[in-house]
Each structure stands twice: as structure tokens, then as C-alpha cells.
Design a protein around this ligand. Structure first.
Ligand code: FCB
Length: 464
């Protein structure tokens, strides 16, 4: 489980040379995971504040109340990004900071924070990539039914317009939703994320309303943004492989792929849900109203791909429910991260090639990729994390392969810039290329951060 994966280490110069001069190199975070300051400047509560406060939901009873204190330390963090040589930063806006009641009165102080952050980034030559919804739904909206009800989608569209009006003169890259699969299935279906419901039918309904929120927001954003602005979404996607050649394995690979990837990609790019998906889940279709699917399938400028691992499926004798396909885990001789996610860089290459073949994607960005390992800081200048260096080198090399084989890949974002609040895992899992000592809030660039900086330095000197 813990040995270093075999990767072909290439000099960073060789690796950098495989990416075009226009490539975006970034790191990603999200509001609830890094900001802290949950009760400041008029922010309202979110479902993640509520979920964290519910005993037994988050490891060690932790919450994002302080997190990496980025709300107060954003200047220091932007300086860190500049030191690392990033030319892009992906962050999310907290809906309850902007609209504490979910809709209606705008909290200017909340918006001001993002305004300052965007200015600081641009001053440092870093392009902001903004996600509008990375899971922190205002609590008031959840009390009205959250994503189970249509009205939340309309509230989202209003919120999206408020934010684009304020930041759209400077921010050119926008994502409506982050990983709606997780919001719907983990949040409403199996209850391991906020709001913690265990109702698979509610997950199917929530997924539709999340997609509808995206579809309703798009024209509202386009009406405000300049023509050159790009809008997309960030989806969690996973390449599904079969463990053998049996027909039942092929059948279950298709089922797992429909559940894990096509559930969201098909409506976004084809205007329909995968045939038979809801029956294969043993559930009813969501309440689709006339015109919904047309709105959802409006053209997008890019697809954001969040990817960490792969799925290896072994067919069951009888067809399983689509969310219960049998997987091989652990895979013999494979290496795993601290999340127990298999390290499989070819999976990202194959995934990028698949989506560019199967869907009319104009541009792709890897909007999240990275690894958790149990890093330890000894009080020195850096943190020794060779497995993260190996992970990033192998996955970035897989991105280069995808590019060389024709995927329209335009950027790569490491998850994450900083160690942060890893949802139900609390602070136990460290994903940062920068270590955060939570007691002092000191930031220490890990060796993986230094390696990434060297790659970006090599990239810049080539492009000069
Ligand atoms: C993704 C989430 C992100 C982070 C990583 C590890 O699913 O989008 O917030 O937690 O996983």
C-alpha cells in the first residue's frame, strides 16, 4: 500500500516541453475547505456547517470553522502561488457569504472578499478560475428542500448572476457546479456528505435540479460576461475498466460508467439521461419538466475533469444495481494513496481521450488531480513527500500523452494548493502541495510544491 509507484521520471524540462505555451498551470481549493471565517462579515450558515456540527458525521468532530484561515490570509496565499509560479488559481465562491438567506438581499461584504482576492490574483499575474458552487449550500435553502426541489435551481441562477455581475469584468473562466455527482449521490443518496440524507431517489431528483441550476444559470451568466469569457462545469469522472473479458463484466463496466460518468455528461452534452439508468438503479426518473433538458444541454466552452483514480469492475453473475457493481479492491500490487484510492495515471489519459471522443467538448481542463499522504512536518523548511512528487509527475505525464493523442487539454490544476478540510475526513487527509500547520497556520511548501514550481519554471523558460 505504501511503496513508491513506478513512474518514468523525466527531467522537468522534458515534461514541460510537452505542453503548449498557452497552457494554464494552477492549483485548486474550495471555499468551505480553506476559508474559515464562517461567521464573519455577514456570512450565513451552510449545510456543511450544519453537517459538521452533527455528532458522528465528520472525523474528530471537526469543521471548516477555521480551516486554513484563507479568508484572512489570502494575500499570503496569493504570494505563495506567485512563488510557486502558478499562472492560474481555481477557487470557489461561498453562496452563503454572498446571499446569507440563499436569495434576496446581497451581502456586499461577502462579495468584497472575492473582489479583493481576484484583484490580488490579477496583480500577481494569476488567472482566476471561479467555481460558483462547491457544496456549501445556504442552510435556509436546505430547509426548503435543498436540491430535492426545483426552487433551489432558480435561486442558484439568481446567485450566479449576482456573482458574475460583480467579478465578470475580470474573471474570464467560470464553472457553475463542482462535482454535482457528489452533491447528489454522496449528499442525498448515501449521506456521507451534507446534508446527510440516505434516500437514493432523492439523489436522482437532486441531480436533476443541480443540472437544471446549471442550465438556468448559463444564459444569465452569458448575458453579463464578455464574449471571450469561458463557462464550464467541473465533473468528477473515472475511467472504468473490466477485470476480465466475460460478457457480464462488459455489462457491468457499462453500468458503472453510466452511473459514474454518463449520468451527468449525457444530459450536459446530449440532452438526455443514459437510457435505462434509473431502472438500473431501481428508481424512478427525476421530475423532468418540458424544456429542462434543452436548457441543460446549452453549449459549454469547456469541461473540467476532476480525476484521482480508476475503477476496476468484475462482473457479477446477476446484473447488480448500477451503483453496486462489484469492484476489485485492493488491486494486487497496486499503490494507493491515503484515501485508499488506487494510483493509476493511465486512467486519466484514457479518460481525457474518451471524453474528447464521446462528447463534443471544445476544451478540457483537469480541474482537480492530486493525492493525500500522511505528511509530517519536522519544523524544517520543507516537508518530504516523495510519493506526491511521483504521483504528480506520473499524472502530468499522462496529461501530456492525452494531449499528444489529440485531447484538447488546456490546463491542469493540482488538488490542492493547501492542506485543508477534507469533508467527512476532517483534517486527517492532507492533499496540499503546501503543508498547513493548523495550530500556527504556518504554510510550508512541500517537496511536491518545489517540484511543481520547478516544472513551471522550466515551462516558463521554454515559452519565453
Ligand atoms: C473532490 C472534491 C474536492 C476534494 C477532493 C479530494 O471530490 O471536489 O473538494 O475534496 O475531492
Amino acid at each position: 500500500m505504501t511503496s513508491i509507484p513506478t513512474v518514468s521520471f523525466q527531467a522537468v524540462e522534458d515534461l514541460a516541453a510537452r505542453f503548449p505555451a498557452s497552457f494554464f498551470w494552477g492549483a485548486a481549493t474550495s471555499s468551505y475547505q480553506v476559508e474559515g471565517a464562517v461567521a464573519e462579515d455577514g456570512r450565513g450558515p451552510s449545510i456543511w456547517d450544519d453537517f459538521s456540527a452533527t455528532p458522528g458525521k465528520v472525523a474528530d468532530g471537526q469543521s471548516g470553522a477555521l480551516a486554513a484561515d484563507h479568508y484572512h490570509r489570502y494575500r499570503e496565499d496569493v504570494a505563495l502561488m506567485a512563488r510557486l509560479g502558478l499562472n492560474a488559481y481555481r477557487f470557489s465562491v461561498a453562496w452563503p457569504r454572498v446571499l446569507p438567506e440563499g436569495r434576496g438581499a446581497v451581502n456586499q461584504a461577502g462579495l468584497d472578499f472575492y473582489d479583493r482576492l481576484v484583484d490580488a490574483l490579477l496583480e500577481a499575474g494569476i488567472q482566476p478560475f471561479v467555481t460558483l458552487y462547491h457544496w456549501d449550500l445556504p442552510s435556509v435553502l436546505e430547509r426548503e428542500g435543498g436540491w430535492r426541489v426545483r426552487s433551489t435551481a432558480y435561486a442558484f441562477a439568481d446567485y450566479a448572476e449576482v456573482v458574475t455581475r460583480r467579478l465578470g469584468d475580470r474573471v474570464l473562466h467560470w464553472m457553475t457546479l463542482n462535482e454535482p455527482w457528489c452533491s447528489a449521490y454522496l449528499g442525498y443518496g448515501v449521506g456521507v456528505h451534507a446534508p446527510g440524507l440516505r434516500d437514493r431517489q432523492a439523489a436522482v431528483d437532486a441531480a436533476h435540479h443541480l443540472l437544471l441550476a446549471h442550465g438556468l444559470a448559463l444564459p444569465r451568466m452569458r448575458a453579463v460576461l464578455p464574449a471571450q469569457a469561458q463557462i464550464g462545469t467541473a465533473q468528477v469522472l473515472v475511467k472504468v475498466y473490466g477485470a476480465d473479458e466475460r460478457p457480464e463484466t462488459q455489462r457491468d463496466v457499462a453500468l458503472a460508467h453510466a452511473f459514474s460518468n454518463r449520468w451527468f455528461l449525457d444530459p450536459l452534452y446530449r440532452g438526455s439521461y443514459p437510457e435505462g439508468l434509473f431502472a438500473a438503479l431501481g428508481l424512478k426518473p427525476p421530475p423532468i419538466e418540458e424544456g429542462d433538458l434543452e436548457l441543460i444541454a446549452a453549449p459549454l466552452d469547456f469541461l473540467g475533469v476532476n480525476n484521482y483514480s480508476r475503477m476496476l469492475v468484475r462482473g457479477s453473475p446477476e446484473p447488480p444495481l448500477a451503483d453496486q457493481c462489484r469492484t476489485v479492491s485492493p488491486v494486487p500490487n497496486a499503490c494507493y494513496t491515503d484515501m485508499a484510492w488506487e494510483i493509476f495515471p493511465q486512467g486519466l489519459r484514457d479518460l481525457l481521450l474518451d471524453v474528447s471522443r464521446d462528447y463534443p467538448v471544445q476544451r478540457l481542463y483537469v480541474t482537480e488531480n492530486g493525492a493525500a499522504f500522511p505528511d509530517e512536518w519536522d519544523g524544517g523548511e520543507t516537508v518530504h513527500d516523495p510519493r506526491r512528487v511521483a504521483y504528480l509527475a506520473s499524472y502530468i505525464s499522462a496529461c501530456a500523452e492525452a494531449l499528444e493523442q489529440g485531447a484538447p487539454l488546456c490546463g491542469y490544476f493540482v488538488w490542492s494548493l493547501l492542506d485543508n478540510f477534507e469533508w467527512a475526513e476532517g483534517y486527517r487527509k492532507r492533499f496540499g502541495i503546501v503543508y498547513v500547520d493548523y495550530a500556527s497556520q504556518r504554510r510550508v511548501i512541500k517537496e511536491s510544491g518545489l517540484w511543481y514550481a520547478a516544472l513551471l519554471q522550466a515551462f516558463r523558460s521554454r515559452c519565453r
